[in-house]
Write a protein that binds this ligand. Structure first.
Ligand SMILES: Nc1nc2c(c(=O)[nH]1)N[C@H]1C(S)=C(S)[C@@H](COP(=O)(O)OP(=O)(O)OC[C@H]3O[C@@H](n4cnc5c(=O)[nH]c(N)nc54)[C@H](O)[C@@H]3O)O[C@H]1N2
Ligand SMILES: Nc1nc2c(c(=O)[nH]1)N[C@H]1C(S)=C(S)[C@@H](COP(=O)(O)OP(=O)(O)OC[C@H]3O[C@@H](n4cnc5c(=O)[nH]c(N)nc54)[C@H](O)[C@@H]3O)O[C@H]1N2
Ligand code: SF4
Ligand SMILES: [Mo]
Length: 727
């Protein structure tokens, strides 16, 4: 008999509302839930593939322990916990808390209890070494607001906007940045039909660019130049919001002087976009009445991501694109606590230079967290404080960290590597223990993580919430646990008290979060933990549970409050360091072709999620590999055809790629997704047609890196491309 249940897809951060057909206790079919009020029945191919993912033959049904031959044997999870507890205790006793680090990746996000309990354990052992994927993603998103100051009421939302700017973001595929996460392609189409004027800056004619009123297709990595040019036009033509700036911002004259060298002609020469298009982009964005400008991963991974994000904040401030007193608050909180926000600036705060100091490249903790690009070196560099043990949750350093060869050396050098993964990922293959987790439909879920994504100008933009109970049991005979249960078990085995708070490290600040000491005799339930995490939420979790298809919990009276009298804070339009970087950009010599005439740029595929999904047959019908997309004319010049293999070489390393044509690409580029390939030298890694290649291998972490977040060049990488044969 088939039963159909509503649930939440957790294959990406969009948390789409789905319907799952369950037969004999197994999920057999997934589709978008048309009864859901905001997703319009949307689910992407990855959501449709959940049944195959759950029943995948390579899925780990038992935790694994590395054996003497370098292979792995199944181990009961209780025994794995006991052994890991003993080994980590020995490391702590000998080397102290700093020797134990944690890295939480993409798939820690959809499991709301995972990170809080893991951090409770990190607190209990006293280690500050907490790393996330944020600093190898878009660290400028956190750094720039620290330097610019924040507008307490937030940005003008998508709803009601008549203009928008996307810089190196492609929400139809990635469900990210600015455009609502619930079915972004629909929102883009709809808004453009209703007259929204979209400006897209992307060296590739992305899905977003196809809908744009203005598409600038500059040389990759020239975003600060292009944005400075746009700011200059706006100031020159007096299109900025003078009253808003007068009242709320400082540094206008310095900004005006700093962008002065970036005339449309100068920008045109440097970024290779027509001068009149720069003027048009400025007029379209500043000429609209409401909207916002955001960047995605592309420019954040090219050089000077902080500066790009900073100039975008300046652009939004110049155009007054922040919510004003009396306006309706888009999301007064659903599973988050109710907020009272004011139409006022809060002064800049330090972007870095506080907290834990790394022993590498003078890096410190930052507004985006500890620099993950330095963690491999922290593991390799001997001496007091050396990291000896690493715990990963839902992350894959071997696929995702820059400088894969160094990461490989670091993983091998660890005394203890433990990862919680659904398969023998490249990292899991090197791990001492791999903890096999329950998969999404086997765990309760809730929309809280997606609601917290506000700093990324996403979130829901409305008080939406959904809860989903576990729908199916794990496969018969399996021994899988929830991520949080592993860290709870470690705490218990080590005799440590664990304390969980109702706050999110990456989300909006929760004032006075509730604090819970976990009962270390009787384990909590996942639902019990969800109750703790949502304590004080505007809508009680119990109320959300009464709406299994998800609901919008309107609060029609929540409006933005006026500025407090005496508030003297100002947004900073001309942070010294950022203006210094801009001055460097203005006089930087033009990059020359030299030995590396091509540039490799980042991009994503709908059918995979970073390193996940590429082993699911339904998702690999189109691409098994991560294709090296090139302009057809470049392919002709190189004498290669679709499906041919090329060698892609940077001045650091070389990888192979399977070429595919893409008309909408700028010439001189290779556009290639990351997260592919395998352990260097392994048989799978050599099979480029089926495993793809790791683009992270191309760049070192100790050159061309951001001085504050440590992020190295991960887009706009100088490369050489040559036809080659695979043996
Ligand atoms: N060159 C280059 N490098 C990049 C990027 C780029 O564009 N170019 N992008 C960067 C960005 S934006 C990010 S966010 C990082 C991502 O960095 P990571 O998060 O470290 O990498 P992922 O590949 O997302 O790793 C996800 C892991 O979780 C496992 N997994 C899948 N589902 C589950 C689950 O349900 N539970 C558990 N426990 N595990 C699961 C997968 O098998 C996989 O091994 O990579 C960064 N690296
Ligand atoms: N299907 C799918 N969805 C995902 C992911 C996935 O792997 N697959 N990953 C998730 C993650 S971890 C993240 S962080 C988000 C990222 O979300 P997005 O940032 O929207 O990611 P992309 O789709 O790669 O879009 C980046 C765009 O930047 C462009 N670009 C590259 N270099 C430059 C440059 O120098 N300047 C400019 N202006 N543009 C440039 C690329 O051509 C590309 O179109 O997506 C998330 N969603
Ligand atoms: S967009 Fe993300 S959440 Fe939605 S169905 Fe696809 S993978 Fe699942
Ligand atoms: Mo990301």
């Amino acid at each position: 008999m088939t039963e159909t249940h509503p649930s939440i897809c957790r294959f990406c951060h969009a948390s789409c509302a789905i319907l799952v057909d369950v037969e004999d206790g197994r999920a057999v079919k997934v589709r978008g839930d048309r009864e859901n009020p905001i997703y319009h029945g949307y689910a992407c191919p990855k959501g449709h593939a959940l049944p195959e993912q759950h029943a995948h033959p390579d899925r780990l049904l038992h935790s694994q322990k590395r054996n003497a031959a370098g292979g792995h044997d199944a181990i009961p999870h209780q025994q794995a916990i006991a052994e890991v507890a003993a080994r980590v205790q020995a490391i702590l006793d000998e080397h102290g808390p700093r020797s134990v680090a944690i890295y939480t990746g993409t798939f820690s996000f959809p499991y709301p209890a995972a990170v809080p309990v893991a951090m409770a354990w990190m607190n209990a052992i006293g280690s500050p070494m907490r790393f996330t994927s944020a600093t190898i993603d878009q660290p400028g998103k956190m750094i720039a607001p620290a330097l610019h100051g924040r507008w307490a009421a937030g940005a003008q939302p998508w709803q009601g906007a008549d203009t928008w700017m996307l810089v190196g973001a492609n929400p139809s595929v990635s469900k990210s940045i600015g455009v609502p996460v619930h079915n972004p392609a629909w929102h883009l189409d709809r808004a453009v039909k209703d007259g929204l004027q979209l400006v897209v800056i992307d060296p590739r004619r992305s899905d977003a660019a196809r809908k744009a009123a203005v598409h600038l297709q500059p040389r990759p990595g020239e975003d600060p130049t292009v944005l400075a040019g746009i700011l200059r036009v706006i100031i020159d033509e007096g299109l900025h919001d003078k009253d808003f700036i007068e009242e709320n911002a400082a540094g206008f004259e310095n900004l005006r002087a700093a962008v002065a060298p970036f005339t449309p002609e100068a920008v045109s020469r440097r970024a290779d976009v027509p001068a009149e298009e720069i003027v048009r982009a400025a007029r379209v964005f500043a000429g609209g009445s409401r909207g916002c400008a955001n960047a995605g991963t592309g420019p954040n991974m090219a050089r000077r991501g902080n500066l790009t994000e900073y100039l975008l904040l300046c652009l939004n401030t110049l155009c007054g694109r922040w919510l004003r007193a009396g306006e309706l608050l888009p999301n007064p909180g659903a599973l988050l606590p109710p907020v009272e926000v004011r139409a006022e600036p809060s002064a800049p705060t330090p972007g870095w230079g506080f907290g834990e100091r790394l022993r590498i490249r003078g890096l410190t903790d930052t507004a985006a967290g500890l620099p993950t690009a330095a963690l491999a070196d922290e593991i390799l560099l001997e001496g007091p404080g050396q990291v000896k043990a690493l715990f990963c949750i839902g992350g894959n350093p071997m696929a995702a960290w820059p400088d894969q060869l160094k990461t490989h050396a670091a993983m091998e050098a660890l005394e203890l590597l433990v990862t919680c993964d659904i398969k023998m990922s490249a990292t899991a293959q090197l791990a001492d223990y791999v903890i096999a987790p329950r998969l999404s439909l086997e765990q309760p879920g809730m929309s809280l993580p997606t609601e917290t994504l506000v700093p990324y100008a996403m979130g829901y933009g409305m008080p939406y919430a959904q809860y989903a109970p576990a729908l199916v049991d794990p496969p018969t005979g399996s021994d899988v646990i929830e991520e949080w249960a592993f860290f709870y078990g470690l705490g218990r085995a080590m005799g440590l008290p664990l304390t969980v708070t109702s706050s999110y490290s990456w989300g909006p600040t929760v004032e006075n979060p509730a604090v819970f000491e976990l009962d270390m005799e009787r384990p909590p339930t996942t639902d019990g933990l969800f109750e703790m995490l949502t304590t004080g939420s505007r809508v009680p979790l119990s109320e959300v549970k009464r709406h299994p298809h998800g609901a919008v919990f309107e609060a029609p009276t929540s409006t933005v409050l006026p500025k407090r009298t005496g508030c003297e804070d100002r947004l900073d339009l001309a942070n010294d360091l950022m203006m210094g970087e801009l001055a460097e950009v203005a006089v930087e010599p033009m990059p020359t072709a030299g030995d590396y005439p091509f540039r490799l740029i980042s991009r994503r595929l709908l059918s995979s999620h970073n390193s996940a999904g590429r082993d699911i047959p339904r998702l690999t019908r189109q691409w098994k590999t991560n294709p090296a997309f090139m302009h057809p004319d470049d392919m002709a010049t190189l004498g290669v055809a679709a499906g041919d293999i090329v060698e892609i070489q940077s001045d650091h390393a070389a990888i192979l790629g399977v070429v595919q044509p893409e008309d909408g690409l700028r010439r001189g580029l290779v556009s290639m997704p990351h997260g592919y390939g395998d352990v260097p030298g392994s048989r799978a890694d050599l099979d480029v047609r089926n495993t793809g290649s790791n683009t992270g291998r191309l760049t070192p972490v100790d050159r061309d890196y951001d001085p504050y977040t440590g992020i190295p060049l991960m887009s706009a990488i100088p490369i050489q491309v040559r036809p080659t044969q695979v043996p």
